[in-house]
Design a protein around this ligand. Structure first.
Ligand code: PEP
Length: 270
């Protein structure tokens, strides 16, 4: 199969999958730095209406950024949340607290949460259910580790992660779910999945969504690619049949570089 910018010819279903370009700022930027980013960034992308743009800052920047983004067509999401509405969970943030701030999206099960904070597929499933119950758009992160890829386990890992995430989710309320394929070996390493690897993994995820939910939901669910996305590879990734946007870490911290990713991703889809 050839990988080129002909996505529209491959898949007519993808008309309903609007490009989504999301920034994961991890533990970077104070509230002032976050709003200063938006001031510089927004003029660079305000004509880019072909894509939805999402900024996921640290928890402490959410109030200021939600406020600053109100008059601009940029969404603001959290990088994590607990699944309970309230309780004795020191240091945690609940879905109720996020929606009260005006946050619209939440990342769930990022590999750094799985690696450093013991998150599991089971907690991902609990968080996904909570996000849907509170009308937060969940972005569920899945992806294999290097040793799993090298042991030819990528398919099994992705199918298991997606199927457990979607366990006992009612298809009737599943439309807002977004997935992000983030191969762990590509996050923050400067090593990007080739278009072939990324397309193949996205296809596996989409097939599993069809099995766990419905074929119609599989066709309409957005699956983002994440893992060292940069201005110079955004186009070749976002032109692929099953890639509906990007989740960007390091290269989203600079307004110019993140704006270039938005522009190049849009160019990949046209
Ligand atoms: C991420 O944090 O989700 C990510 C993909 O990071 P980076 O773009 O830096 O690899």
């Amino acid at each position: 199969m050839q990988y080129c910018c002909c996505r529209g010819l491959w898949n007519t279903d993808n008309n309903m999958r609007k490009l989504l370009i999301a920034a994961n700022w991890k533990m970077y930027k104070t509230p002032n730095e976050s709003t200063a980013f938006l001031t510089s960034f927004f003029p660079l992308v305000k004509q880019s209406t072909q894509a939805e743009i999402l900024l996921c800052p640290a928890m402490t920047s959410l109030p200021a950024l939600v406020d600053a983004a109100r008059s601009r067509s940029v969404f603001v999401g959290a990088q994590n949340m607990h699944w309970k509405n309230e309780g004795a969970f020191t240091g945690e943030t609940s879905p109720v607290m996020l929606t009260a701030l005006g946050v619209t999206h939440v990342l769930i099960g990022h590999s750094e949460r799985r690696q450093y904070f013991a998150e599991t597929d089971t907690t991902v499933n609990l968080k996904l259910k909570a996000a849907l119950a509170h009308s937060l758009i969940p972005i569920v992160c899945v992806g294999e580790k290097l040793e799993e890829r090298e042991a030819n386990l990528t398919n099994n890992v992705l199918e298991l992660q997606v199927s457990i995430a979607l366990e006992r989710i009612d298809p009737a309320i599943a439309a807002p779910i977004v997935f992000a394929y983030e191969p762990v070996w590509a996050i923050g390493t400067g090593r990007t999945a080739t278009p072939e690897i990324a397309q193949e993994a996205h296809k596996i995820i989409r097939n599993q969504i069809a099995q766990s939910l419905t074929p119609a939901l599989a066709a309409s669910t957005r699956i983002l690619y994440g893992g060292s996305v940069k201005p110079d590879n955004a186009k070749s990734l976002c032109c692929l049949e099953d890639i509906d946007g990007a989740l960007v870490g390091g290269a989203s911290l600079e307004p110019k570089s993140f704006a270039e990713i938005v522009h190049n991703a849009i160019a990949g889809q046209s």
